[in-house]
Design a protein around this ligand. Sequence first.
Ligand code: IVH
Length: 726
Amino acid sequence: MTLDDLSRRVEALREQIRYHNYRYYVLDEPVISDAEYDALMRELRALEAAHPELVTPDSPTQRVGAPPGEQFAKVQHVVPMLSLANASDEAEVRAWYDRVLRLLGNDAQVAFVVEPKIDGLAVTLIYRDGILVRGATRGDGETGEDVTANLRTIPSIPLRLGALASNSEGQTNGAPVQAIIPPLIEVRGEVYMRIADFLRLNEQLAASGEKVAANPRNAAAGSLRQKDPAITARRPLRFFAYGIGQIERVQVQTQWETLNLLRTLGFPVNRDARRFERLDDALAYCREWMTRRDELEYEVDGVVIKIDSFAQQAQLGVAGRDPRWAIAFKFPAREAVSRLIDIVVNVGRTGVITPNAVIEPVNIGGVTVRNASLHNADYIAERDIRIGDYVIVKRAGDVIPYIVGPIVARRDGSERPWQMPATCPACGTPLERAEGEVAYRCPNFGICPAQITRRIEHFVSRGAMDIAGIGEKQVQLFVERGWVQDVADLYMLTPDHFANVEGYGPKRVANLLSAIADSKNRPLHRLIVGLGIRYVGEVVAQILADHFGSLDALAAASADEIDALEGIGPAIAASVAEYFLRPESKALIAKLKRVGVRTEAQGTARASRGNALAGKTFVITGTLPSMSREEASALITAHGGKVSGNVSKKTDYLVIGAEPGGTKFAKAQELGIPMIDEAGLLALIGAGRTADDQATSASDGRAATASVPPSDNVPESPRQLDLDLS
Ligand code: IVH
């Protein structure tokens, strides 16, 4: 290649990398796989290394990431947030270590810390006197975005340090820790989403017609960069701390000490971090994780090997954007190239149509993959995925693989663009797409056999009515034979229906019918979940059941009345009200009652509950041991109390859980407002509690025995609270 050719290639690479950086970092929507991106970067780095005269200050190799977006205030990092050099095999790790020894001297005593490389996004958290004052994204490593409000919503990020030696990863001992709180500490770590949480979130997003995320990392990034912290709060984000940017007063000498200090201060620190004194042992541990990565609940794209000693780290220094004292040992990407044979569509229980890829079978990390997720029509259109394309398929954890994008260069012209069918594949009804929604829907709610099947599958599922012995197969049988058209029809099945069906002997039929009959008495909230109302999962259903006490009362409520409940927003309220206004819903409820399904809360309904909290206003802060905040709010309102979001003179009690918010706590202290924990709250309700409360919200049964008068339960500071975090 001539120098001219070379410089053209270098420019072309930079342009591609800039584009993919933008897709990945700014839009959170990558169109190529990480492996492909890495290959582009590697080629550019190699060319620049061989021809330093071609390096320009604006080359992607000369900065850490992409510029921050515009919606958040910019934050200048006092200590830059570095990146990591990659090694893709053991030889590259050994080459890195040879360089380390050259710089430290061959007889240097070197220890290593190996940590999983979590696939999320790096953030930095600044604590002054133990209080979280600012949090920011990494941005380009020099300047990030101020996302404090959003970070504060992540439960695994402590708002105040050292209150409890506990974290979300189960390293809990419940004992107050006498750690010295540094006057200033900047903690670095990774915000991420568990694979199962990511899938659930995508399901919810798809069901409500919103954009789904391509993978857990993008879901985490998108969730953290929401303008409205309330939305972030509803996203299942988590945090792992792995480093310190700045620290005052307290001294740490090694990475291993750092992890221990972070743990002691209350941060979630990865339990799989290990210290080694020999590189061979460190490498053996890396190999172990390569084969065990599926055991983790979150995605890792490798492990990080760090030199333990800070003195040695300082000696080694930084090369460009990467510290010489650490290296990322990347796992082989679990992606493969396959051919997209077809796109088929599925009809969900709310009528949402989701496209799925049928691909030529391909082995990805030991698993044969034949189907992959394509999320929705926009996903396909934006990436211009065509039938016949070679596509990149990625598998994460043990979940359904997804299509990353097409390999445009391998097209031969025979590929066909795909279009969402005009009509429902199950019932032929023309599909609809609501203004501003991503999802296409089959509007034939009552009759579409696919929707009926999905709704019944949902009704009998674990989280809902939990009817043993009925799964997809049985539901399909019932619907195909025309026995069941709505969930109430299940209760009209008789032994006669099964008379000529193979595989259904008298014993099996008897068991099946008795399981169905038993489900008539499930708690009200399960029935509400079973109805399959948009946005209504277990938590919301519990709030509705607690407040209204019967399906009739709920059905009669206006959207405003529902919206007024703590823990329920306008979108949920509108969806619930709309559901009960539909004639088919009214008919279904009448039918459920006719067949004997209990539509009232068990025990005593709301009217007869104690009014122990009448006239009292409560503020809740922190995580309570046995109930969510929504559940606690519902409990308080059910007993005549009021719940407010802010501490003021009107507040009667501050209910404190683990990791309480600094402002509420300080304000309550300033105003001398009594503080109680969950046990204290239950004690206040005391004899006023009904059997129903105990069944639904006091899982440890403490309510029944709590007899401590509230005044004995008022602590001076949260450290004195005997919080049970198990
Ligand atoms: S150390 C040298 N440790 O990987 C300081 N990073 O490619 C660099 N990451 O930006 C960070 N897990 O987002 C470090 N245990 C870990 C990590 C980790 C994930 C991410 C982080 C960083 C990127 C570097």
